[in-house]
Design a protein around this ligand. Sequence first.
Ligand SMILES: Cc1cc2nc3c(=O)[nH]c(=O)nc-3n(C[C@H](O)[C@H](O)[C@H](O)COP(=O)(O)OP(=O)(O)OC[C@H]3O[C@@H](n4cnc5c(N)ncnc54)[C@H](O)[C@@H]3O)c2cc1C
Length: 442
Amino acid sequence: MKAHLMKQFPNEIEAIETFFKIMKVSAKKTHYLASMKLIPQWVCLFLLKSGIADLVSPVFRLSGTPATDFINTLTKNKDLQLVFSYFFYGVPPKESSVLINALLIHHYKRGAYYPKGGASEIAFHIIQTIQKYGGNCLVRAPVSQILVNEKGSAYGVKVKKGQEEVEVHAPVVVSNCGVFTTFQKLLTPEIQVKHDIQERLNMMKHGRGSFLIFSGFDGTAEELGLVSTNFWVFKDNDMDKSMEDFFAMSKEEAPDNIPMMFITVPSAKDPEAKIRHPGKSCMTILTMVKYEWFEEWKNTTVRKRGDEYYNYKMRFAKNLFDWAFTVFPKIKDKLVFQDVATPLTNMHYLGAQRGAMYSAEHNVERFYAETVARNRCSTPVKNLYISGQDVFSCGIAGALHGGLLCASTVLDHIVYINLLLLKKKLKRKKARELAQLDKKKL
Ligand SMILES: Cc1cc2nc3c(=O)[nH]c(=O)nc-3n(C[C@H](O)[C@H](O)[C@H](O)COP(=O)(O)OP(=O)(O)OC[C@H]3O[C@@H](n4cnc5c(N)ncnc54)[C@H](O)[C@@H]3O)c2cc1C
């Protein structure tokens, strides 16, 4: 990626070198920041306020530095600024953390991973592990309340089972449905209003809603010119302005002025797609939108939201799809299926507040080192813990680390150590297997 950028921007070698150094720092040292959640809060605050933390690593300062501020010091080239500053999670670069953006770009530097067989494989395999160790997994079983006793300790959940509600008691309750749902919907009003709960909520804002188009085509990737690469497509190279203008637009203006989109082709990434769906391809297009544009239909039911809603969402969809068609011209006549998701769809299917699929907003304030240290997996309610993407950051990798940090908190044991030992064991096993293979060949 570095060599490629240097070829594209031959006058920006120094800026590229510096940014790649930041990417490396973010990849190698962000765990310093995340581990703030595992050491006593007063120690973290002492280290941060005394400036000792900054002497240890630049990550504590970088995480609270807005991307635009930092990138402006590297280059004035707007195209390169865009490459350095932007990923799709709904926050303009001037309000996002340079460390988190660098981390995301690093994550994609050599290309990302895709689960063989599709995203459902993740749940499929995790469930087997949960069951193997005596746990279980319920579906279509929404939790309506986290049970808290008079002493203020969580002791279970109230879950819907068919038409009735049942109580499931447990010594520990872990919630990964986001801080807003957990604190504002699942705790009783008397607990919600407590100062420390409000303090936790005030650290976060609701994230932007997302808008997705899922399309299916007749034809293979080769026939349709589809590739396994992700595309981030922009109309303008000034993302701060583009996003500010877009999110200031009225409901009427927005569908015709979308400034950016993300295109991904799952079927081209999944080697099993060819076997399960021969001769077919699929594509997902994503952009971020304002929940308010769709809010008037919030009390309607999924798939029965009426013509006005349908026509409105299809205005976004048509513009996005026509734009995608300029990137992949062979797809248009091959479209055989299309479904369009708005923030309301995400609320229905993902339980995402205000349709924010990345849950709480990823603004720079959230990544101030002090906020990172305060937004921990433990909560003001004893025995209630937060996991998932609201712990540190969004995405599968972000949610995974949320889980690891949460497990470490609950068990009072840093499970990353076990993970490192497991990694070493697997590496040794692989080396042995390769050596045996070499021997056989000889
Ligand atoms: C279409 C799409 C594509 C994506 N693509 C990528 C990608 O390519 N790479 C990537 O890294 N990330 C991707 N993401 C983001 C990624 O999926 C999320 O960041 C991640 O799943 C967050 O994990 P989580 O466990 O924190 O929350 P979630 O996965 O959202 O899980 C929260 C769970 O809580 C459940 N829930 C909510 N309320 C209740 C309740 N009251 N009772 C019981 N259960 C409840 C929800 O049903 C949900 O299953 C994508 C997201 C979407 C929607």
